[in-house]
Design a protein around this ligand. Sequence first.
Ligand code: G4P
Length: 559
Amino acid sequence: MTVADRRFIFSAFMTAETVDLAELQSAVDSRRTFAIISHPDAGKTTLTEKVLLYGGAIHEAGTVKARRSERSATSDWMEMEQQRGISITSTVLQFDYRDHQINLLDTPGHQDFGEDTYRTLTAADNAVMLEDAAKGLEPQTRKLFEVCRMRDLPIFTFINKMDRPSREPLELLDEIEQELGLATYPITWPIGSGDRFKGVFDRRDRTVHLFERQAHGSKAANETTFDLDDPELKRRIDDDALFAQLCEELEILEELGSELDMEAIHSGQMTPVFFGSAMSNFGVQLFLDAFLEYSLKPIARNSTRDQISPASPDFTGFVFKLQANMDPKHRDRVAFVRVCSGRFEKDMTVKHARTGKTIRLSRPQKLFAQGRESIETAYAGDVIGLNNPGMFAIGDTIYCGEKLEFDGIPCFSPEMFSYMRNVNPSKFKQFRKGVAELREEGAVQIMYSVDEAKRDPILAAVGQLQFEVVQFRLLNEYGVETRLEPLGFSVARWVVGGWDALEKAGRLFNTATVKDSWDRPVLLFKNEWNVGQVQGDCPDLQLSKIAPVLSGMQPTEIR
Ligand code: G4P
């Protein structure tokens, strides 16, 4: 009998009592899991890199960035897909910072923006909203914010690029409050911007941190701090008008601003705000320290067995992302599992809730840095990568102990729609199988026309890359050639209340009705303006950008 076999037998008999509860609680208390929500070019890669630098996970900034430019320089994405070693490493970045273990989940942006970006947020306990100080809120940030709001995630705002000409800070806060309905509490406050950027005032200890310009700060910055009423500070700022403006703005904040309310922060109703310049490493450490203090540790999750506490002894987790063909040498698939409770151990056996099968979790991967390190243990808040020989689907629960299923991962509003035709009818079986499997993996949503004569599936995706992946994989893995026929819509809304509600609404204009994979009605529109029109015409019709997937819901067969 090999050591692995013995471990297998041991773990099969391992019960909750063998887990040290104090150890479990301390592992949970020290963990923080977050994702960054931002629009391309706001500085996510730069901030990620600087956060890793402070966390000691990299020693010199430039590594992540270099990897990214390597990636976007590859014009052919297929090639990129085959070199997925790059992307897998950034699915989750794990590092220690001040006795805490931080998990930073990557939210793909740019050309890989897709449903995965939204799904990642279902695995996070906190979000960092990154804004470019010159631009404020931008479209992709707004969309990702809506997903955070749905889950009441605590949101930390980092306003970046203060070293460049920026919008007025009060105006930026007002925009967040008005547009997102999110109260703001600035923890730091900027002194000037662009060429006149002098630093930030930390409202917690009333000190000023002076800014030192660094073209591309590759090392942690040495910040010089002064008390606000230190006469030396005024001399160093050397700009009376700016200093007077700072004092005035601080007064406004004290008199008119909200009070710091931890409960509101934890329920996603108030965002602590920070100003800085990721490129110059400025304000990053202040942000990280406050983040540790105010963020949520792994939270309890809803399941068919009520809420599951992260420190409860039985291991549980759910799959939030699947990635295929990442390693050209082994055409494997990896399922990314967010651990929700208990202790994960390499080679342990768990139950797969959807199929009822018992599976052994061997070869788990830790997902960071150059290669794939194997992982021995993991706790709530961590993410593990499991080899998936076709067993896992998005939203699947794995568990030890009493049976449970976590709430499924919802469908997020797609923005591109296209009929997909099978070019060669003799490949009908492979086509059906391929489409069904790719749907289960969450590579794309499948919808159908309500007109029975139009039998081809409609692919519905958030990003163009999703279409390309589906066509590429159908050809390479199933030998099926397909042709896309785009539909001229860009917005989808689920009808709350289903077909009955839709029928009650009567005739609708400037929209088309289709059904999703669970036979639920979805309205497609050319643009947001048309959505407004329909809602104006039928105020009782409730439309939703997100549709839940409840445990046990079986999708319809692919035609
Ligand atoms: P992203 O991942 O959100 O898309 O953004 P990324 O970090 O790649 O940053 C986008 C651009 O903004 C980069 O410039 C980056 O250097 C710059 N940037 C990020 N943070 C700051 C900041 O605090 N201040 C200033 N002034 N610029 C910042 P680039 O020209 O595209 O790349 P590079 O040649 O500078 O590397």
